[in-house]
Design a protein. Sequence first.
Length: 235
Amino acid sequence: MKALLYWVLFPALLPVFIILLYVWKLDRYEREPINFVLKAVLFGAIFSLPVAFIERFMVGMLPNYFSVETVEYGLAENVICVGLIEELSKLLAFMFIVWKNPNFDHRYDGIVYAVAVSLGFAGLENIMYVLNFGTQVSIGRAIFAIPGHATFGVFMGTALSRAKHCALKGNWFGKFFFLIFAILIPTVIHGIYDFLLSDQANAAGYNNYFIIFVIILDFIAWRKIKHEFRTDRML
């Protein structure tokens, strides 16, 4: 049991909780109940369970439409088969556990809970990577993969707060509009993020832009976090 804790759970989950604690502590009005935040993390992990099977099925269909070595294949695989499916699972977890909960009552709350759900997904994924490939992968994933999922959650959470505000005001068009953005923006940036690490991107020379993309993405996400917690108000 101690070996499991030290060699699997600790390196896999430490970056998850460091990022979650940072985002949670920024809440300027009232911090969200930590038990409920952790519940959102748990549901993010639970809703991720069928994702691998769905992704495998969809990727298996792609050779019917694209040649495997092409950029088009890489984009379809990473944007549709990976980005869309993974971000949709996070959105469904959020809607199931957070959307109607009375704790979701401030603008910044959307970021807190969307990041929590995203980190639940990332945490379980990280455990599987450490189990399959060893603790040596945990450093790279702590630097890139887990912050990446948190960043996708920032964009999703911002849109979900706007959607909840519109719903409370009876603006159903606005709610629908921001719900679309809540899945569309994270899907696109997630897909591009993964594509830039793919064999197809490497063959085409696009992988050279990965670090630049991550820096720009993290900067925009930080600006969004900073703006949301500084202008936080009731929905």
